[in-house]
Design a protein around this ligand. Structure first.
Ligand SMILES: C[S@@+](CC[C@H](N)C(=O)[O-])C[C@H]1O[C@@H](n2cnc3c(N)ncnc32)[C@H](O)[C@@H]1O
Length: 243
């Protein structure tokens, strides 16, 4: 998040420099054009500094969209509606610094490949988002018992509507879920909660069960195996067999 913010500062600094130079040659560009240029620079820097894939979308669009919205002279209630939608879908990000982004198709396929074929295997997605991973597993491995926990009400509602009885998704905080009931716990969160989540998994998950983190490492704890995904997130599945 901090890196993404700094990229905007850097992009604006360059744009201000260019705007100053443009004034010298009496080149007059609109605020929208400067915002577009800032977006291009911010997108380029995001790619150069290898920010996660979602920043490659958010950073180039942020200021150009803002400039465009000003042109449309939207009524204030649209901004309020936007804020409410943001809160309903990104509450997890506000509370625990874990935003919404989705497991890639590669991550889902690899995860499916490594799940034992046992019917009745209990699987939990901590921070289940819009339920895409659970929907994929429900379709491709119908024997699994699938649970999710999601803290953002809008995402929880979407996933409930999407999955119906095929998975049980609770609205709440992952820190309150008892992990001892699960054979596999999957997390695609952020670096922030990983140390604490690992302590919880170690305390609660039964011996022989599997803890999987998409991309984010547990500081100082080597995984038992790692699978490169070659996806947009440049992700890996990191696997720990609990003892
Ligand atoms: C990166 S998304 C992953 C979505 C989904 N698991 C997937 O792989 O496609 C992380 C999700 O975790 C949710 N989240 C963040 N903190 C949480 C918490 N403390 N308890 C429950 N969910 C949380 C966020 O709202 C977000 O939807």
């Amino acid at each position: 998040m901090l890196q993404a913010g700094l990229i905007h500062v850097l992009a604006w600094a360059l744009v201000l420099g260019l705007a100053f130079a443009a004034r010298q040659i009496e080149l007059d560009l609109s605020w929208g054009m400067w915002a577009l240029l800032q977006g291009l620079l911010a997108g380029g820097f995001s790619y150069f500094f290898a920010l996660p894939a979602w920043w490659l979308v958010i950073n180039p669009l942020f200021f150009p969209v803002l400039a465009q919205a000003q042109q449309w002279e939207l009524a204030p209630h649209w901004y309020l509606a936007g804020l409410v939608a943001l809160l309903l879908t990104q509450l997890g990000a506000v509370r625990s610094r874990v935003p919404l982004y989705l497991s890639s198709q590669r991550a889902k396929t690899e995860l499916l490949r490594l799940l034992p074929a046992d019917s009745g295997l209990r699987f939990l997605d901590v921070g289940s988002g819009i339920g895409g991973l659970l929907a994929f597993l429900a379709k491709n491995r119908p024997g699994l018992v699938l649970d999710g926990i999601e803290s953002a009400p809008g995402l929880w509602l979407l996933s409930r509507l999407r999955l119906g009885a095929r998975a049980s998704i609770a609205l709440g905080d992952l820190w309150n879920v008892d992990l001892s009931r699960y054979d596999v716990v999957y997390a695609f969160l952020s670096p922030e909660p990983m140390a604490r989540l690992w302590q919880k998994a170690k305390r609660e998950m039964p011996p022989g069960s599997l803890f999987v983190s998409n991309t984010f490492e547990v500081p100082g704890v080597k995984p038992d195996a790692s699978i490169e995904l070659h996806d947009l997130h440049r992700g890996r599945l990191l696997l720990w067999r609990m003892t």
